[in-house]
Design a protein. Structure first.
Length: 181
């Protein structure tokens, strides 16, 4: 069976964020057959929609856009780890999505929310956006502060590791079924 390349996205960029701890934990649960890589949106540091052409044209003039496009295209699937900011998902993630267009079509994307209430509002909003860009969205488990995760990002015993493994299975299956555009 071919190895699938999966990007585990850190969707927050605050200097004191816990996103890297969550993404690292998710990456440790990857099965054989998944080659996982952390995708840190803080490190990628995209400018806010600075291209003259709309992303739907596919006409990219900025090296940062081209590099982000190539990075996304290098994965068979993504898993987004997503917090909740004022009932929504972080602006840095919206910008990363809006910067590209065709790259998302048909891409399997698993979603794992974390926060109070497992970031349910954020995950709901994100689902609408991923549907619009025609990604194949796969709902993963949420991590609740006080139950699965501390607010400082320490993963607790009750964290749904088996559900994350189940998400990997779904994401890998969707990636194998994907017909290249
Ligand atoms: C601007 C801001 C707004 C927040 N709003 C919410 C919220 O609506 N719901 C929630 O569960 N947590 C909220 N929180 C708390 C976050 O869940 C918590 O800070 C989490 O660690 C954020 O992820 P990060 O550390 O990776 O940035 C908010 C935090 C910030 C910084």
């Amino acid at each position: 069976m071919d190895t699938q390349r999966i990007g585990i996205v850190i969707s927050s960029s605050r200097p004191t964020r816990i996103g890297p701890k969550v993404a690292r934990w998710v990456s440790t649960l990857a099965p054989a057959g998944a080659d996982v890589e952390i995708v840190d949106l803080a490190e990628i540091d995209l400018p806010f929609l600075a291209e003259p052409e709309q992303p739907a044209t596919g006409s990219y003039s900025m090296p940062s856009t081209t590099a982000w496009s190539e990075r996304v295209r290098s994965y068979d699937a993504l898993i987004l780890t997503v917090p909740e900011y004022n009932a929504g998902y972080p602006a840095v993630l919206k910008n990363a999505i809006d910067t590209l267009h065709a790259e998302w079509k048909g891409l399997p994307i698993g979603v794992i929310g974390y926060g109070w209430g497992a970031a349910a509002g954020s995950v709901r909003q994100l689902g609408e956006v991923l549907e619009r860009v025609q990604a194949v969205t796969l709902a993963g488990p949420g991590l609740r502060f006080g139950q699965d995760l501390t607010p400082e990002g320490e993963v607790l015993e009750a964290a749904p590791a088996d559900d994350v493994r189940g998400l990997y299975d779904q994401v890998l299956a969707a990636a194998r079924e994907r017909v290249p555009a």
